[in-house]
Design a protein around this ligand. Structure first.
Ligand SMILES: [Zn+2]
Length: 166
């Protein structure tokens, strides 16, 4: 599998260096380089709205979380899901692809990740871009057609603590 890495969000605006602080709205733009890698530019909404060329670009709007909310959730599973995705990003394996997608969706449900964009790679496969709003790191995960999964594939998916630790 190809290993696509997207840099995490910058701490300042790419144009006028405004600092991103809790609550800041920003826009992230991806540009593909000649080598096929992605370059990332983050803009405050003022710079974005006034000066940045948007046509045919890959971008998404997001917000630095205003402050920590207390959520009822399974912290072990959240940590497990993040560490799975980090490993998957570094070393993507075809057999981990379905699990990676389900963990990314789980994290999105608990608002640890935001589903930002859907893009097509060079093989015309749909990839979803998920951003961790707290630090701006990004995971790019191939979209799984859930309705096309076999019973065996579904049984292998680990979505609760006990099975995820096995
Ligand atoms: Zn700016």
């Amino acid at each position: 599998m190809e290993n696509i890495e997207i840099p995490r969000r910058s701490k300042i605006c790419a144009k006028n260096s405004e600092e991103f602080t809790p609550g800041s709205l920003y826009v992230s733009l991806l540009e593909k380089t000649k080598s096929g890698a992605f370059e990332r530019f983050d803009y405050c909404t003022n710079c974005w709205d006034e000066t940045i060329e948007k046509e045919n670009k890959i971008f998404w709007r997001s917000q630095v979380p205003p402050k920590k909310e207390k959520k009822q959730e399974n912290l072990t599973l959240i940590a497990k899901a993040f560490s799975f995705l980090e490993n998957f990003q570094k070393n993507p394996k075809v057999e981990d692809q379905i699990q990676a997608f389900f963990f990314a969706e789980l994290l999105a449900r608990y608002k640890h990740l935001k589903r930002c964009q859907e893009i097509e790679d060079d093989n015309m496969k749909s990839k979803l871009v998920y951003e961790d709003p707290t630090d701006g790191r990004v995971f790019m995960i191939e979209k799984v057609d859930v309705s096309a999964l076999t019973k065996e594939e579904i049984e292998k998916i680990k979505m609760d603590d006990e099975r995820a630790s096995g």
